[in-house]
Structures are given as structure tokens and as C-alpha cells.
Design a protein around this ligand. Structure first.
Ligand code: BTN
Length: 301
């Protein structure tokens, strides 16, 4: 599968786009950037092929959603060097694994993957992207990245009353709106972390998911806006101390105090979620026993 747009984040074409948005003429763009008018024309043709409506005077009449160029500009905040956009791809995580220091965004996925080997519904209208976390991480600390990303998603959607269900599902009014799939590549002591995020924005959900999943449809937001807001929030949080991240994450967690069932491999634990520890593990009171659970699937009873 080849990308519909693959661009380095210091490519001059991003500047062309910014100047087009400011209403500059082809001639003025060429002059400002020291490039030929035919280079501008060629890029305008590329934009048209990506779904941007641009008239003969280079006025932008309409912008597609997601807007690959706006997303590329925002992806600078994720600490990546390259941006790839696909109208359709199997899974953005698969591409991001192969492309170092990249952010990969797709309009739809033909084989979107969820946690525990599940499928992730990825119809047009949702936000599906993956990127390489800007630092390498020892495998034993990878759960911290997942927690951080859960917090970023929850904060991105805070105005829509988003909450986190342990360990990292983001819910609105009790229904899942986003999922995170972090995958490790490379060595145990210093792994690349591929962060995959799916957010239901205005995609149609299949009937069988409607009682447990939700979208942002009623809020009338664009896929591009949600992506850019994620990238901004990420840049504000990524360098905070672990304790601060954990504290913020706990503030947005709505699992504490609830009666839950947690499935870990073949084991099932039922009890009351008492707290989370310093690494985000769930402290569960199961009858007289206290269990400490690192990861698993959690259901509210
Ligand atoms: C979950 O099961 O909750 C995790 C879902 C993660 C879905 C995202 S969509 C973008 C990226 N590409 C994938 O194939 N999966 C992740």
C-alpha cells in the first residue's frame, strides 16, 4: 500500500499550504518561498487530488476532513519527522512500525486492530492514527506510555465529559469513545513504542456496538480538530514528571470505588476497585483478599 501523501515535516510544500490558506496568489507564494510557479501549481494539483477544492485563482473553497495537510502541520507537536496519510490502509500501526519517527493517519482502516487481538471498527468519519513515541522506553516501563496516552485522549475530550476506565479506555457517559493500542518494537531495554489511537468522531457504529460505544457526532467536531487537539495536549504533557502524569490520570479515572470484574488472560477477578498504585496497577478488594492487577480488561458491574 502506498501513501496518498508522504511528507517530511520540513518540506517546503507545508509552507505552500500555509500561504495558500492565508490567501496568497501563486506568484506571491513562489516569490516568498523562492520556488518556481510550476512547483506551486504541481502541489495545488496534489491538494486537489486529496480532496481540497481550489479554484483557478488558488482560493481554497473547501477542505476535506480529515485534512491531511493540517494534520501534517499539527503532527509536529508529536515529535515525529515524517507524516503519512492514507485514504485506506490495513492498520496505521503496521505502517508506523515500518516507518521510523513517523505519524500515520488514515481516513479508514481495512484491518484496524484493537487490544487482545480484537478488531477495531474503522469506518470513514473516525480518527485513526499511529505515531512513534519520541523516546525509546525499556519494555518494563511501556505501561507508563499507555497511561500517558490515555490521559492525553481524556484531556483532549475533557469538554465532552470524557473519563478514563482503567486501564486506558476513554468513556463518555459510560460508553467507549476511544481505544489505544501501544506496541513495542525492538530491544527489551530500549524499545520503540508505536502508539495507535482510535477515536469515534462522526463514524457510523455497527448496531452491535451501539450499547457500549459512542461517538462525538452530537458535538459537531471535525476529525482534524480532534487530531490537532490531541497533538497539542500531547506536547503539553509528554515531558511532565511521571508523578504529575499519574496524579492527573487518577483525577480523570472513574474506576475507583466501583464494583468491577477484571479479566486477565483466563483469570477473572471480581471486587471493589480501591485505588491504583504508583505504577497505575489496580488495587482490587476481592472478598478478604487484596489483588494488585497490572493489566487486563475491566467491566463495571
Ligand atoms: C482497543 O482495543 O481499545 C484499542 C484500539 C486501537 C485502535 C487504533 S486505530 C489506529 C491504530 N491502528 C490500529 O490498527 N489500531 C489503532
Amino acid at each position: 500500500m502506498s501513501a496518498d501523501l508522504a511528507i517530511s515535516l520540513n518540506d517546503k510544500r507545508l509552507k505552500i499550504y500555509e500561504l495558500l490558506k492565508k490567501g496568497y496568489s501563486g506568484e506571491k507564494i513562489a516569490k516568498t518561498l523562492g520556488i518556481s510557479r510550476s512547483a506551486v501549481w504541481k502541489f495545488v494539483e496534489k491538494l486537489r487530488s486529496l480532496g481540497y477544492e481550489i479554484d483557478r485563482n488558488y482560493n481554497i473553497l473547501s477542505i476535506p476532513d480529515p485534512s491531511p495537510l493540517d494534520a501534517a502541520l499539527c503532527s509536529k507537536k508529536l515529535g515525529v519527522e515524517r507524516f503519512l496519510y492514507f485514504e485506506e490502509v490495513d492498520s496505521t500501526n503496521n505502517v508506523a512500525k515500518k516507518e521510523e519517527r513517523s505519524c500515520v493517519l488514515a481516513k479508514r482502516q481495512s484491518a484496524g486492530r484493537g487490544r487482545l487481538g480484537r478488531k477495531w471498527e474503522s469506518k470513514e468519519g473516525g480518527l485513526y492514527f499511529s505515531f512513534e513515541f519520541p523516546r525509546k522506553v525499556p519494555a518494563v516501563k511501556a505501561h507508563r506510555v499507555t497511561i500517558l496516552i490515555g490521559l492525553v485522549v481524556a484531556k483532549t475530550l475533557e469538554n465532552f465529559k470524557a473519563k478514563i476506565k482503567w486501564p486506558n479506555d476513554v468513556l463518555i457517559e459510560g460508553k467507549k469513545v476511544s481505544g489505544i493500542l501501544c506496541e513495542l518494537v525492538g530491544e527489551e531495554l530500549s524499545s520503540r513504542v508505536i502508539v495507535g489511537v482510535g477515536i469515534n468522531v462522526k463514524n457510523e457504529l455497527p448496531e452491535e456496538l451501539k450499547d457500549k460505544a459512542t461517538t462525538l457526532k452530537t458535538y459537531n467536531v471535525s476529525v482534524t480538530d480532534v487530531f490537532c487537539s490531541f497533538a497539542n495536549t500531547f506536547s503539553e504533557i509528554v515531558n511532565l514528571e511521571w508523578n504529575r502524569i499519574l496524579e492527573e490520570w487518577k483525577r480523570m479515572l472513574d474506576t475507583i470505588g466501583k464494583e468491577v470484574e477484571v479479566r486477565v488472560g483466563g483469570e477473572i477477578y471480581r471486587g471493589v476497585a480501591l485505588n491504583v498504585d504508583d505504577e497505575g496497577a489496580l488495587i482490587l478488594k476481592c472478598g478478604d483478599k487484596i489483588e494488585r492487577i497490572f493489566s487486563g480488561e475491566c467491566f463495571y458491574m
